[in-house]
Design a protein around this ligand. Structure first.
Ligand code: WTA
Length: 657
């Protein structure tokens, strides 16, 4: 959308919404921003005292003496699980429902704060019994479940650093993460239930550990979810057996604010996934604060973030943020399209959800489904409980925004389009529902205290209306601390020399509207793809393809726009045999998809696979990706191809679909 169009389409919050909001009106928003401008450390210190309960208060706020390895509140002591659980019980919310769990087949379980605390204490005691200590890494490979959240909280309680791996990742990906983290324990389930199907988890853990190189793992703790058949090894322990003996209280391990709460692996533009390391104090502060302000969370709300705990959204807006605020939230095991595509709407109706936070991909696929089967359209459900809607993970196109606004929100609910990343820990650029006028497709303005800007390659601000790269000019409490085991890569990726190491480089392009100053994210500027809101490095997929050494000689992966998934993965492959066509090409493409699913996970399967005798290369042998991008999009090649060694290959690849 053009910038001039933007300014005409403001959705202004209603007076009632503004009046009741935590951040009430643009004046209040501006005042917070001014407070942060005037005294940056003072602003964050004030909020850190308000939102976090400290065992020992901090005296230092920001330590930038070893930039870009920033420290926040470093001499403060706290426990994240205490803040999320005990604090609520102590403040009289023991009987309040913390989690409404709905299983794949629709069974509902309610867990109060007191029960969640007891479960967490028992699991924490169990972990201690298994010898897990402060600073140890624990990999969690679990279905969406109360137990998954409890496992994270239990690690936090004893000061163990968790690393949750999404249940859709393959044995190979899981092994790489276990190995990189040096985990002492893996917590998993026998199987998970999704869309009426039983899917293995424990068997994948067995396979991962069987690949070798994971000698640090002493035990595998297994939650019985389905009772399905699984193999049993000497290192395996049933969760229910360990829990049976445990006390329901457990003294928290008080850790300093910088203690690593978790690692979460994510894709970068080069090499293997990186373990993004997060802190305890600064992370908790912004998890709690952003949950409250961005969603304007009130005690009576029923909050539902549909993300999986395997992604950062499930960390900040399921496992930590809502609990730190004493909220009631939904945890959902299943998928949005089963038993039919009305599942989300049915659940919102049944549980009287007031705040609903999901991804554009989900919305787009539910729009399509509602067109195909009108019975699944949201208008068939009573969604009047909804108050606030949210979007996360990728740009939301204005058409999907409008549909979401009208059909789900009844033209009544503000949509918060939240821009942030695994590395930022919490929302960075987002509307606040009781303040910010909305523009479809724009994440609007920085969260108060976040110094976001659009700059050119030298780090100079670009004028509004002109595109550039998105940076954050000052460190913030919930920021990534380092890449686990690779501080150099941390520096190079996020604080590159281009900006003299001053600014955090987000890896996204952005433009600010000429009139409003609103931010619109224009997409990644590196070789990272965003497919259905999942981040994937093109290099990772290329290395998975070429590791199929029997078939593949060479591969190049690029993205192209896709109506439903945002971006789609396109692979250009040169085989070790003559270029296949017709049925044979289809068959080999399917084999390669299955191979990538095995190497990384089904989410990384290329949608398009094209075979060529070669790839377009410069005379020095460099693959010309910009040409491949054009071919993948079905565009005419208008770029200069004079440096191309083998121009005829373009024609062949263009026709090979
Ligand atoms: C993209 C997910 C546009 C962006 C929380 C970012 C977005 C990457 C938005 C991070 C949004 C996330 N609008 N793009 N509201 N939210 N992105 O680490 O490219 O899985 O860099 O964190 O997703 O993905 P990640």
């Amino acid at each position: 959308m053009s910038t001039s169009e933007q300014a005409n389409q403001l959705y202004v919050p209603s007076d009632a919404t503004v009046k009741a909001a935590h951040v009430s009106g643009m004046e209040a928003y501006r005042k917070l921003c001014e407070e942060a401008e005037a005294d940056y450390e003072g602003y964050w210190a004030r909020l850190a005292k308000e939102f976090v309960t400290w065992k020992q208060p901090f005296t230092k706020v920001l330590n930038d003496s070893n930039a870009p390895f920033f420290k926040w509140f470093e001499d403060g002591l706290l426990n994240v699980s205490y803040n999320c659980l005990d604090r609520n019980v102590e403040q009289g919310r023991g009987d309040k429902v913390a989690i409404i769990f709905e299983s794949d087949d629709g069974q509902v379980t309610r867990v109060t704060y007191r029960e969640l605390l007891e479960k967490t204490c028992r699991m924490a005691n169990g972990l201690r019994e298994l010898g897990v200590k402060k600073g140890d890494r624990v990999v969690i490979y679990m279905p969406m479940s109360v137990e998954g959240v409890v496992a994270m909280q239990a690690c936090a309680r004893i000061g163990a650093t968790h690393s949750v791996v999404f249940g859709g990742f393959s044995a190979q990906s899981l092994r790489d993460r276990i190995q990189d983290a040096g985990a002492v324990l893996v917590i998993t389930a026998d199987e998970q239930m999704r869309g009426g199907k039983q899917l293995p988890l424990k068997a994948i853990v067995d396979e991962a550990l069987g690949m070798g190189g994971c000698d640090t793992v002493r035990n595998v703790l297994v939650y019985r979810r389905t009772g399905g058949n699984i193999a049993w090894n000497a290192r395996d322990v049933w969760l229910h057996e360990v829990l049976a003996k445990q006390a329901t209280t457990c003294e928290p391990e008080w850790v300093d604010a910088e203690h690593p709460l978790f690692l979460l692996y994510t894709s970068g533009s080069t090499g293997k996934p990186k373990g993004v390391q997060h802190s305890s104090g600064g992370y908790l502060l912004q998890a709690a604060l952003s949950t409250k302000w961005t969603f304007d969370l009130k005690p009576e709300d029923v909050f539902w973030c549909t993300a999986d705990i395997g992604w950062v959204t499930g960390h900040t807006y399921i496992a930590y943020g809502p609990l730190a605020n004493g909220a009631t939230q939904i945890v959902f095991e299943g998928v949005p399209t089963w038993p039919d595509a009305g599942r989300f709407w049915k659940m919102i109706q049944q549980h009287k959800v007031t705040i609903f936070y999901t991804a554009p991909t989900a919305i787009r696929s539910l729009i399509k489904a509602a067109e195909a089967n009108p019975a699944t359209h949201p208008r068939n459900y009573d969604l009047s409980s909804l108050r606030i809607l949210g979007s996360v993970g990728e740009p939301i196109n204005p058409a999907a925004w409008e549909w979401y606004y009208r059909n789900v929100g009844g033209s009544r609910c503000p949509i918060v389009d939240t821009w942030w990343q695994t590395e930022t820990g919490a929302h960075m650029i987002t509307p606040l529902p009781g303040a910010t006028p909305l523009v479809p497709g724009s994440c609007t303005l920085p969260f108060p205290g976040i110094m976001a800007a659009v700059v050119d390659e030298t780090g100079a601000d670009v004028p509004n209306g002109q595109g550039g790269v998105l940076v954050i000019k000052k460190p913030w409490p919930s920021m990534i601390r380092t890449i686990w085991g690779d501080p150099e890569r941390f520096k190079k990726s996020y604080y590159p020399a281009d900006f003299q190491g001053r600014y955090y480089l987000a890896g996204d392009g952005a433009v600010r509207d000429a009139n409003t100053g609103y931010f619109t994210i224009t997409g990644r500027i590196d070789d990272v793809l965003n497919v259905s809101g999942h981040r994937m490095g093109t290099m990772e997929i290329e290395s998975a393809l070429v590791s199929c050494t029997e078939l593949v000689a060479e591969a190049a992966v690029v993205g192209r726009p896709d109506e439903t998934t945002g971006e789609a993965i396109c692979a250009f492959v040169v085989l070790k045999r003559p270029r296949p066509t017709g049925e044979e090409a289809k068959k080999i493409a399917d084999e390669l998809r299955a191979w990538v699913a095995k190497e990384i996970g089904p989410i990384a399967k290329p949608k398009d696979i094209r075979f060529g005798d070669n790839l377009p290369k410069t005379r020095s042998g460099k693959i010309m990706r910009r040409l491949l991008r054009s071919i993948a999009r079905g565009e005419q090649i208008t770029q200069d191809t004079s440096t191309l060694e083998n121009p005829a290959i373009l024609e062949q690849l263009a026709q090979s679909n």
